[in-house]
Design a protein around this ligand. Structure first.
Ligand code: SAM
Length: 248
């Protein structure tokens, strides 16, 4: 039994976010083609994939390394009646095999950290067309001098940094920054930590006393509790950017 997937793989989202934030970021992309081709990297259960399909007439290629996530994305797109414009691929984002300049938009919510922010933005720049767009959400510090508990929350992702530092990376990689905005706390709780708490309680009833399962539950609970205590210090921010028409 994969207890991690039993908890995290059943949530509406696999990270912070909301349909409203997906739409807010999408609206910052000007001059999209009528039928854009979008790559959604690390699609998870597909909530933002479906919202992108609802908000344009284009197609989305949803990519994730876990087949279970791709299955959920297909099911969600079918339920929303948008699956005719969905393509999917089970692929490691570290080994993406698409030809250069294949996409009008590259989208990645809560997943670029798997590549690292700068490495990911460079990889996406090769795949997006000149004049095309990249939209990513990424962990950011909101205040200086975070307490130990906040640092502990992010110990597995040392690339968390200030918004200013992230924007410097965006420019260094050669994009034109378009917009950024910080996620509200509700984007962490409503679709992610609140359902996670309910799911942990359900799983605990089934697998109490199994040490592998309890380790997953305790880590998830610890994460939620650190978030509650220290969320004034960090969040995710959405960054949208354009690859210049003249490749720079
Ligand atoms: N975008 C979704 C969302 O916001 O709900 C999912 C975010 S979740 C934090 C990160 C996703 O990246 C997971 O679905 C995970 O399976 C996927 N992932 C992790 N490593 C990956 C890799 N090397 N290649 C492709 N997908 C990966």
């Amino acid at each position: 039994m994969n207890y991690f997937l039993e908890v995290y793989g059943r949530l509406p989202r696999a990270g912070p976010g909301s349909d409203e934030l997906t739409r807010q970021a999408f609206k910052t992309l000007p001059l999209l083609p009528d039928i854009p081709r979008i790559l959604d990297v690390g699609c998870g259960p597909g909530m933002q994939t479906v919202e992108l399909l609802r908000n344009c007439s284009g197609s989305v290629l949803a990519l994730d390394v876990l087949p279970e996530m791709i299955d959920r994305t297909i099911a969600e797109a079918e339920r929303a009646g948008v699956s005719d414009r969905l393509e999917t691929v089970v692929q490691d984002m570290k080994k993406m095999t698409f030809p250069g300049s294949s996409f009008d938009v590259i989208w990645s919510e809560g997943a670029i950290y798997n590549l690292g922010f700068e490495t990911g933005l460079k990889a996406f720049k090769n795949l997006v067309k000149p004049g095309g767009y990249v939209a990513v959400s990424e962990a950011v510090w909101l205040k200086p001098n975070p307490p130990v508990g906040a640092v502990e929350f992010w110990e597995d992702y040392p690339e968390i940094d200030t918004i200013a530092a992230k924007l410097e990376v965006v420019k260094r990689v050669g994009y034109e920054p378009l917009s950024y905005f910080v996620f509200p706390k509700s984007a962490w709780t409503e679709q992610y930590y609140d359902p996670m708490e309910k799911r942990i309680a359900e799983c605990e009833r089934k697998w109490r006393g199994i040490s592998d399962a309890e380790a997953v539950f305790s880590e998830a609970r610890n994460e939620i509790s650190l978030f509650r205590k220290h969320s004034d210090y960090f969040s995710y921010a959405f960054f949208t950017m354009r690859k210049p028409k003249q490749i720079g």
